[in-house]
Design a protein around this ligand. Structure first.
Ligand code: SF4
Length: 289
């Protein structure tokens, strides 16, 4: 397979065929993110992508999922995505699901019919970084999209039959805005009602704008108890039909897997017990991105 630059994928795509169709991220402006700093966004040529699908046809016969890399592969024009998904369908008939990262803009640029066409060709899940439902926080982190638009774009993807896995970020709001960030994020998640939510805790990495602020003494990283309080408020304000709310990413202090609404009361009790010191938290040196 032909790869350029760093390759990232969601934890749930660990066993997927990683097919790189773009490099970098077309947005690349989020203040907490250094994933693709210094990487120029580009769409890989069709010949290279089709050669990789051919390679997978011979060597990846036990992998039943494909993940399209990099940062927001859904931004590719429809006339490039359709032949790519068609080739996956024809050459890798054992593949049951194709996934991709999506940015708000990449969903906005596709019509409902185009999204439906991609779904029919096998694109069954998109991973979308919401980070926050608070408009001030969204503006502060450079997300480029407000909460109203996030709700509309999330619903648009789901209406096309594409499942959504939404990432939210604990500890990303400015000091004093933590609980507003938590409440508003719960509100937006409830309005989109995604199949999956993944909560991560902010960990600053060199190359990001927030890291530079922290180095300059202009940003305070949150304590574990502050992040847990935020998580509790967020879950309390999140009403899903039957979505999975996960906070079991390596960056979090307390692993949580809850199906909402069924597990809400039990999960809030667990967080409360952790805040009272009755449940051990992950040691700082074991946290990672
Ligand atoms: S968080 Fe996602 S959308 Fe934002 S810069 Fe990083 S890869 Fe791009």
């Amino acid at each position: 397979m032909h790869y350029e630059g760093p390759i990232f994928r969601p934890p749930s795509e660990a066993n997927s065929i990683l097919l790189q169709v773009t490099t970098g991220c077309s947005h690349n402006k989020c203040s907490f993110c250094s994933m693709y700093q210094g990487v120029r966004f580009s769409i890989k040529d069709e010949e290279t992508v089709l050669a990789d699908i051919d390679f997978a046809a011979h060597h990846c016969r036990r992998q039943h999922r494909v993940f399209l890399c990099d940062g927001d592969a859904l931004i590719m024009p429809q006339q490039r995505l359709v032949p790519t998904l068609t080739a996956i369908k024809e050459r890798l008939p054992w593949v049951t699901r194709v996934g991709t990262y999506a940015t708000p803009r990449s969903i906005e640029l596709k019509s409902p019919e185009e999204l439906q066409q991609l779904r029919d060709l096998g694109l069954k899940i998109a991973y979308l970084g919401l980070e926050s439902g608070d408009d001030r926080t969204l503006a502060q982190i450079g997300k480029g999209t407000g909460s109203k638009e996030m709700i509309s774009l999330g619903r648009k993807a789901r209406s096309a039959g594409i499942a959504l896995s939404i990432t939210v970020l604990l500890g990303v709001a400015e000091p004093g805005r933590s609980l507003i960030h938590a409440e508003e994020t719960g509100r937006v998640l409830s309005a989109i009602d995604p199949e999956y939510v993944g909560a991560l805790s902010l960990m600053l990495t060199p190359g990001s704008a927030l890291y530079d602020r922290w180095q300059a003494g202009d940003w305070r990283q949150r304590e574990a108890t502050e992040l847990l309080t935020e998580l509790g408020v967020m879950i309390n304000h999140t009403n899903l039909t039957r979505g999975l709310f996960h906070a079991n990413h390596a960056s979090n202090y307390l692993p949580i897997k809850a199906r909402l609404p069924r597990d809400k009361a039990r999960t809030l009790q667990l967080i409360e017990r952790a805040l009272q010191g009755q449940v051990p938290l992950k040691p700082e040196n074991l946290r990672a991105l």
